[in-house]
Design a protein around this ligand. Structure first.
Ligand SMILES: C[S@@+](CC[C@H](N)C(=O)[O-])C[C@H]1O[C@@H](n2cnc3c(N)ncnc32)[C@H](O)[C@@H]1O
Length: 386
């Protein structure tokens, strides 16, 4: 049973073998954009153990981090989408996977005309620790007793601080395909904290993973074959979204949910889900007399700060929320009402975001506003409304 070996060891061994030879059982059919596959060598494509394609949500110039990059396929696709001004970093803990990915990186670079991908060795729940640096140090000072074990622990901590594998606030998009489920239960919370740490403010996670429609019972979780096969470590559909929320992400949404399960085991369905979640709602709240109107179609919505807004009503929001709503994923759902007289940020007073209140139009226009105007000529452009 799995107690004899940690889940992580089992995962490492299974994917070390999967890097050397295609493991049919680990393959979940995914549709990629064909034009990006043309430059990727066959050994990378055939050892594809992903369950979704987060790369299709990337944009030109972005810095991307792929968690559990395997033989590198998502990284090589991402390299072409983000272009020469962008950058892609793949992180994996399995040497054999890194070997295939690194060997193929110069081939892809030559075919696309630039090199913007690199692969680093690390555990995705501990993205500060560079395992190759640690390997090097441990070769010089091997662990032989309790004292050297404790010294190694201290050294790891020093490496995290002085030479982090992925520095904080450095990444535009964290992507991953079929890896989060493989992380041990005790480290899953830390994994989400790490994703959050490395993202820039305003950055986002786009993650494809296998999720279950029911809780996975413990005996299935203790089955090494099911665990390392991307089945029994799966979050439930709702647990997956909640984990992002707990880590401080906002604007979380399902981008793609396979209607058909990839596998069904003991009546539990396991299918691919791709979600998007943003970092950046943290920070101070200032009053600049701005307002938003939820356009519908639902009668009301509840945002990630528990602000309930009814369709069509004008709500007072702080400057931070106003600017968040102006961007993806919210902008299409709101109308934006600026005050008639701008309140400069330097002069703005603190705004109490613990509650939500309506904003009277008089607050927008000013209490003494008393204008009477002619017909707005802009309204008649094209003759649509008069
Ligand atoms: C199912 S494969 C997916 C590979 C790749 N994303 C793809 O689309 O083909 C899982 C990969 O994640 C790596 N992996 C699993 N757990 C990991 C962890 N905790 N830290 C780093 N890599 C991990 C494995 O070595 C393997 O390469």
């Amino acid at each position: 049973m799995i107690e004899a070996q940690s889940k992580e060891t089992v995962v490492c061994q299974r994917y070390a073998a999967g890097a050397k030879e295609r493991a049919e059982k680990l393959c979940c059919p995914v549709e990629y954009e064909w034009e990006y596959l043309k430059v990727i060598p066959p050994e990378v494509i055939e050892r594809d153990y992903g369950c979704g394609d987060p790369s299709r949500y990337l944009r030109d110039g972005e810095t991307v981090l792929d968690l559990g990059s395997g033989t590198g396929k998502i990284c090589f696709i991402a390299a072409q989408i983000v272009g020469p001004k962008g950058k892609v970093i793949g992180v994996d803990m399995t040497d054999e996977m890194l070997e295939v990915a690194r060997r193929n990186a110069p081939i892809v670079a030559e075919r696309i005309g630039y090199a913007n991908v690199e692969f680093r060795k690390g555990r995705i729940q501990d993205l500060a620790l560079d395992l190759e640096l640690l390997d090097r140090e441990l070769r010089q000072n091997p662990i032989t007793d309790a004292a050297s074990f404790l010294a190694a622990d201290e050294l790891a901590e020093e490496l995290r601080v002085r030479h982090p594998l992925i520095i904080s606030d450095s990444v535009d998009v964290v992507v991953s395909s079929c890896v989060l489920n493989l992380v041990e239960p005790k480290s899953k919370r830390q994994l989400f904290k790490e994703m959050f740490r490395v993202l820039k403010k305003g950055g986002r996670a786009v993650i494809s993973d296998v999720v279950s429609d029911e809780e996975v019972p413990e005996e299935m979780q203790n089955d090494p074959e099911l665990w390392s096969g991307c089945i029994s470590g799966a979050f439930t559909e709702e647990g997956f979204l909640a984990a992002f929320e707990d880590a401080g992400f906002y604007g979380i949404q399902i981008l793609k949910r396979d209607a058909e399960p990839w596998r069904t085991v003991n009546g539990i369905e396991f299918r691919s889900l791709t979600i998007e979640a943003f970092k950046g709602k943290q920070g101070e709240c200032f009053e600049r007399n701005q307002a938003v109107i939820y356009r519908g179609p639902f009668k009301e919505v509840l945002d990630d700060d528990n602000h309930r807004m009814e369709r069509g009503r004008r709500y007072a929001v702080c400057d931070k929320a106003y600017n968040l709503y102006k961007k993806a994923p919210y902008h299409e759902f709101f109308e934006f009402v600026d005050p008639l007289v701008d309140v400069p940020l330097q002069k703005a007073k603190p705004f109490d975001c613990s509650r939500i209140s309506l904003r009277h139009p008089k607050e927008t226009k000013g209490q003494n506003y008393n204008a009477t105007t002619e017909v707005n000529s802009k309204c008649c452009d094209g003759g649509s409304c008069c």
